[in-house]
Design a protein around this ligand. Structure first.
Ligand code: COI
Length: 354
């Protein structure tokens, strides 16, 4: 893939690296390429970060023809910049795209685009402890047409954002409202994809949870409102009676890269791990009987986020007295240690940008 580069003539001042928050700052450049049926992907270019132009009739604005990814790059202890399991994101983007009849991106082009963009904006990869460069690749159709039809025109864009912790709580436990009114995903729907629409539909529940004083929502299955699926921006896991339980993946749960990495690590440490259905009743019983030893979320943005409190149908259940547990702490230390290059990468998960 040939990539033309137009440098930003007016680079921005860098943010305060110690107060990055999440997703507030963007680097000086972005990657973009176009797709047309019959022509394929073309015009790969790196250009100054700036507004996208499209017609008011662009299909993404009306029918949410959009999918995205979330991944990170890290300045490692040896000064090199590395990605974490980028091929997993490339594969997931293409699975999401297929669900929306969008064209796949060749894995090599996905990686090349990201590496070249980061190389150009490498001064934006933060070095402070707990920081990283969040990478947001996304694909959408800006075809002008208000008929509901398969588009022929798409764009693939990558933007970069230096970030700190996703939740203001950092590694302190978050509180979770178990949502039993609204539904995130139904069988046969788009729950397994990373599409903008999933998140748009979640905002009302997020608002409700926030208004009630909770950090996030925990979603139950769409058919019976019985089985635990995932948290707003993370997958979720529990330690119950010595065993790690992760809600099984189906077509309504996002197959998280951090979830998968955590399960591999837990198994390698000798934990008994079950990916199975877990009902909200089982969670409540476990919490009430003292068998719920830990609960935590996993996600690219949040990494590992311990859960200190659940609200299940108005009943407040505290986990570990609101303190982080040893499994969540060990997972956080190990995953971030591998990402920041302070621990050996025994599984070959990191990839230096070239
Ligand atoms: C991520 O963890 O990368 C996410 O996509 C979560 C959220 C910021 C949408």
């Amino acid at each position: 893939m040939d990539i033309s580069v137009t440098k930003n003539p007016a680079p921005k001042a860098k943010p305060d690296w110690k107060n990055l928050g999440f997703g507030e700052y963007f680097t000086d450049h972005m990657f973009m390429m176009d797709y047309a049926t019959g022509k394929g992907w073309h015009d790969a270019r790196i250009i100054p970060y700036g507004p996208l132009t499209m017609e008011p009739s662009a299909m993404v604005l009306h029918y949410a023809v959009e999918v995205f990814e979330g991944m990170k790059a890290y300045t490692c202890a040896d000064g090199k910049i590395r990605l974490f399991r980028p091929l997993e994101n490339a594969a997931r983007l293409n699975r999401s795209a297929a669900r929306f009849c969008m064209p796949p991106i060749p894995t090599e082009d996905f990686l090349t685009a990201i590496c070249r963009l980061i190389r150009l904006d490498q001064d934006w990869v933060p070095k402070e402890e707990g920081t990283s460069l969040y990478i947001r690749p996304f694909m959408y159709s800006d075809q002008s047409n208000v008929g509901v039809r398969l588009p022929d025109l798409f764009k693939f864009v990558v933007i970069l954002s230096p970030v700190g912790a996703y939740y203001k709580e950092g590694l302190n436990p978050v509180s979770i409202y178990v949502e039993d009114e609204y539904v995130r995903a139904a069988r046969g729907g788009t729950g397994f994809t990373k599409c903008g629409g999933n998140y748009a539909a979640s905002l009302i529940a997020q608002k409700k949870a926030k208004d009630l004083g909770y950090t996030q929502v925990l979603w139950l299955d769409g058919a019976e409102r019985k089985y635990i699926e995932e948290v707003g921006t993370m997958n979720v896991m529990f330690k119950i009676g010595g065993e790690i339980v992760a809600p099984e993946l189906g077509d309504s749960v996002l197959p998280g890269v951090t979830r998968n990495s955590a399960l591999i690590l837990l198994k390698s440490w000798g934990y008994k791990v079950a990916e199975r259905k877990i009902s909200v009743d089982e969670l409540r019983d476990a919490a009430e009987s003292g068998r719920l030893e830990e609960a935590f979320g996993t996600g690219t943005a949040a990494v590992i986020s311990p859960i200190g409190l659940f609200n299940i149908q108005g009943k407040k259940l505290r986990v570990r007295d609101g303190k982080i547990g040893p499994v969540a702490q060990k997972l956080y230390d190990t995953i971030t240690g591998i990402q920041w290059g302070t621990l050996p990468d025994t599984f070959g998960w990191t990839q230096e940008i070239n």
